[in-house]
Each structure stands twice: as C-alpha cells, then as structure tokens.
Design a protein around this ligand. Sequence first.
Ligand code: ADQ
Length: 732
Amino acid sequence: MQSRVLLVSNRLPVTLTRREQGLEVNPSVGGLATALKTVHGGGDSLWFGWSGLVSDAPEPEVAAALAPHRAVPIHITAAEVKAYYDGFCNGVLWPLSHYLLEKVQLDQSDDWPSYRAVNERFADAVAAQWRPGDLIWVHDYHLTLVPAMLRQRCPGARIGFFLHVPFPGPEIFRILPRRAEVLRGLLGADVIGFHTAGYAYSFAYSCSQLLGLELTGDVMYDDGRPVRVAAFPIGIDADEFAKRAATPEVKARVEALHQDSQGRTLILSVDRFDYTKGHVKRILAFEKLLQLRPELKEQLHVIQLVVPTREQVDAYADYRSVVNELVGRINGTFGSPTHALVHMLHRAVDFDELCALYAAADVMLVTPLRDGMNLVAKEYVASRIDDTGVLVLSEFAGAATELHEALLVNPYDLEGMAHAMLQAIEMQPFEQKLRMSGLRKTVHAGDVDQWARSFVDALEQQKPSDTQAVPSVALEQAMAIVTSAARLLLVLDYDGTLVEFSNSPRAATPDRELVEVLRRLSLRPGTSVHVVSGRSRDSLESFLGELDLGLHAEHGLWSRFERKGEWGARRPLPPGWLEPVRRRMERVVQRTDGSVLEVKSGALAFHYRATEPQLARRRLEELRLALRSDPQATEFEVLEGSRVFEVRPRGVNKGTVLPEVLAMAPGATVLAIGDDRTDESLFAALPPGAVGVHVGGGQTLARYRVSGVAAVRSLLKRIADTVLAAPTALAR
Ligand code: ADQ
C-alpha cells in the first residue's frame, strides 16, 4: 500500500466516554473495528467516524483526544442518533440486509433526511482532507451515499466501498423506498466490495433491475465510468490468534476453564447480542438436543458470550429478554443446583480471554440467521492450533462459502441443528483433525492482510475516472470544427444515445427536450440530421416522424430520407428465414421472464433487459447454439447489443447507410454518435476527418467519448445554439 488511505466508517476504532476526570478512550468492539485495525495500524492513514459521543457541533477536545489515534471525529447529534443511527441504519438497512422483514421500520419520515444529512457531513469532512493520490475507503451500510457525494466533491478521487453486511436478494432490496438513491450512492465508488460473489451478484442484479445497468465481467459502467463490483472475503489476523493461543498465559486460562467444566464438553458461542446472530433458534435447538438425549445434560457445559449492542433500539431489548427467558427455562428444566447448563456472559472480554475460550471450546456454535461474513467462526478456527474442535456454522453466514469443512447447518431447522450439535459432540478426533486442519489452511491463506491488500490493490488499479478524462480537451477541439462547419451531417443512434434505456422498447419515447433539440437542429442552416436505429419503421415514425429528419430503421434495412417521405428497403422482404426463427425465438421468450421479442419486417430482436442475468445468459447460449445449426444460417447474422440479441439479414448494418447520406451532403463534416456494438459498424464506415463519439465505457472505434445521454444532449444543444450567432455574424 503506497498511497495514503482515508478510512471512513460510522464508528471509529476507539470509542470515547465522558467521565468526570475527562474523556476516556476505549477500543471499539465489533467486526469492522477488528478487521481494519491492521490497515490503520501500519501505514499512513486517517480514520473518519463517530466517536460515540453525542454533540450538536464539532468539539475541539474530542478532536484532540482522537488525534493520537489518527482519527477524525464526525459529530452526531442526539436527534441523529435516533433518526440516522437507530432509525435508518439499524431500524431499516440492518434488518433488510439480513432478510428480517418484520423488523424493518419504514414509518419514520425523519430517518431518511437524517441519514442523508449525516452522509453529507462525512463526505464534507473527507473531502476537506483529501489530497490527490489518496485512496478513500468507505465502509458499510451506514454510509452508502458517501461515495457519490465524494465523487461530486472530488471527481478525480479513487473511492472504494466495502459492504460488511449481506447485500440482500433483489426482491428484498426492492422493498426499500430509497433503493435507487442507495444504489446511485454506492455507484459513486470505483470499486465496490462484498464478502461473497453471491452478494456482488445480488447488487449487480438490483442495478440491472432498477437502473438498467449491466455487469460485464466484474465491471459496470455508470454514465461511462467503470465501477468494479467484486467479492473480497474478509479475513482475520490468523497468525495473531494462533500465536496467542500458544502462550503460557492463554494455556493456563484454558486449563482453568477445563477445570471449571469438570470434564464436561464445552460448547461455546460468541456474538454481539443481536437478533441476526440466531441466539433464540440456537437455544431452542439445544433444548431439542436435550429432549432427544436427556442424559447429555450432565456431560455438557454451554457458554454464550454476548457483548451488548445497540441498546437503544427497541427490537434489541425485546430480543434480549426472550433469550434470557429461554436460557432460564433450559437451566430450570435440565440444570441442577450444582450445574447450570447454560452460562450467559454479558460482557466484552480481552484478547487473551477470548483466545482461551476459543482454545478451550470443544464445539463452537456460530449459527446466525444471516451474517455478512462472521469473524468469530474464523477466530475459533485460528485458535485451534492442535487441530481439534468442531465448528458448527450457519449456511447463511458468508463464512460458509469458504469454510467447507465446518458442519453446516440451517439455523431455521431446529432438528437439523440439534443433530449437527450431537454429531459435533460425538465427533472422533481423527475426523476433527481432518476437518480442522483444512479449515485452518483456509483461514490462514485468506487473512485480514490479504483482504485489505487485495481491496486496496484493486482500487489502485482502477484508473481515476477513466472515461471522463478523454473527452475534455480533444472533444472540445473536435466540437469547434463541428460547430463552425458550413455543412454538417449528424448521424445519431437512438436508444442509449438520445434517450436512456428502459425495460420495454416501447417505453423509450422521446421527451420534450429531445424533440425540441432535434427540431432546432433540423432547421439549422446547412445541417442534415439522420437517426439510425435498430428500431422498426413504425416506432421511429411514431417517435420522430413529425420532424424533418432522415430516419433509418432496422439498422439501415429501411430508410426514409425526409419528413413524410416513403420508406424504402435495401433488401427484398421478408427474408425466408424470418418465420421459422421467429417461432423458435418466441418459444424462448415464453420461458424467460422479463424478456420480449420485437418482430421487425426483416429482423428479430430478443430484449432481455429485465431478465434475471443468469437466466438470460442460459437463454442466449441456447439461442446461439440453435441458430448456428439453422439450415438458413448463412443468410442471417446475429448481433448482440446492449441487452438485446438481434437476428437480421447478413451484410446490413448501420454503416451501410453512410454512403447514401454522404452523397446527399457532399463535403459535409460528419458527427456520428452511438453507444453500443451496433454503432461500431457506423464508426468503421466514417470518412476521414469525421467525428465519431462513443457514449459510455468499453472498447470502441470512435475517437471520442462522452459519459451518457445527458452529455450527448448537451453536445447537440451546443450545436443548435451556435446557429443563433451565425446570421448576426453574416449581417455584420
Ligand atoms: P459483526 O456483526 O460485529 O460484524 P463478527 O464478524 O462476528 O460480527 O465480528 C464480531 C467481532 O467482535 C469479532 O471479532 C469478535 O471477536 C468480537 N466480539 C464479539 N463478542 C465479543 C466479546 N464478548 N468480547 C470481545 N470481543 C467480542 C460485521 C458483520 C459481519 C462481518 C464483520 C466484518 O455483521 O458479518 O463478518 O462485520 O466484516
């Protein structure tokens, strides 16, 4: 890591408490604080976050207390603790990310404005300290809007975002009324990291469903700017756990714990006292085990170490009392005056005590209902230096995608869990060793250093705002030539260039602003405007028919050179292959949610913008294979555009229109603009000196680039505006 890193998270690695004698500084507990300790510990970094103190304004003494920790405080008011932190973060985003819909509280109207205001405050503070060359690394669900806010404040910054909680399935995420804002906020980053490929996929799918963005490989283009979306599974400082577990101090504590347990099997769980961590189901499953095998009550000793968390949030108070009652019930039923079966320890313990508990536990229960990763599972494994012990792990923890040798359980299946507990208790040493040695290898190979390094490397590799750097100077020069040309020929694509994509091709109608600019251009002296699109004649005619434009439908199969002019075809129609291929494609559409078939006079287009991406991929494979072996395959060709798979006559493409329109405007300067693969044939056919402009990211033959539809429109407006000056200049 060469560059300075600005870490940004809701909580700082230390928490301040006001005491009579002054401010007390303590390390913060929790997965994120633990994970980033090594990043912050070594290099040149600053950490922005909340100290845990409530204040109406920044306080110099707080900043002074935090300065030695290279921590920059963001003040949070009492109202914000309620609305931003307890409300939107922990009453909405937290339960939603963990699929606990009944806990999602969407009825507080102050929560969202407060969330946005606090995100703004974070972005302001970071922007004030940012220097070119710094990397900004924003963390977690509290700050989803910060990347886009920072992108506005420091456009050239390299910004990473890592989500520590699961990104829920798209059907769950859609419940969030502010879903689009949250996605847009995240997309301000250059790299967005998740614990698992599954979460990255859910995010990409939500972006595709709600914003129409497409993931290619692991890159998504947002307004032309590449955003990398990938899995970076977090690890722990495995060596440190292993090292501590081997020290005489920890060994002595382990011995003491064994003595306390009096030869009983020690079953441990360690988590924040959070309803996602699955205490209730775990205890119920344990009760089931005892009902199944009552004799075990004498042989087992359970310790549940819980650290208090989010004590002001109502859902947590209810949860705590349910858990405590259940533990009471089990101890009342199965315990004895000399042996309380289940011990609840409500406190944070120091590192040695934690290692000792891990090293002493024969069975570790990590059974969250959902968990982004779960570091406790990895910490337990790293502490088992003699390769003994059994990890029982929820399949809904991100860690389950890596820790294959654990006993995986479904935490909602109480009987299944009870049986897994029994299997763990009875597991023979040779099997324990086999499993634990595999787990340890995995945990050491993917430790926290490796995690941080791989994320920061990915961020460093992402060139600052790739596509935005290109247009500025070069395109300005080209535009000067375009706007001053005596004759100008504009050749424009429609979807993705003049209008944004929409899920149905019928919905992308031109708005008033577009119609107006095209009208002005069509009236501009010496200017001809042609729209070359993959759309049918009917749709172009209905969208733009009233304007004095050249219209070219079905990628140039049909042309209409002037308003009210006749449409003429470049090929005999319909081609013989159309009908059988149409029937085949229709059958595919019937089996593919979110897809539509556009039937044109000489072409067929399978649109799958709203289809679940993996399903779309399977269907495309199927179509490609079937069409390759079609008896008339030599007469048509397949062209794959942006979420469209089009079959059309071989040899007809947007480039075939150019010679004719050029002949009608001899000597004209040509400006061609398009966004997808079908426009490349247009760029390939451009004469020397023509200006080709590609919209968005990705490879292109065009010499210039703009970021999106808005940028295209602003170019067109500039051209339309320049005509106003021309007559005056001539009059003079
Ligand atoms: P958490 O929900 O906090 O983290 P987890 O990953 O298990 O969950 O981390 C908890 C951390 O707190 C562990 O390092 C553990 O040792 C420590 N801890 C817990 N109880 C303790 C106690 N009583 N005393 C001392 N230490 C204790 C969030 C996500 C997780 C994700 C992490 C990191 O919810 O899914 O793994 O961030 O990304």
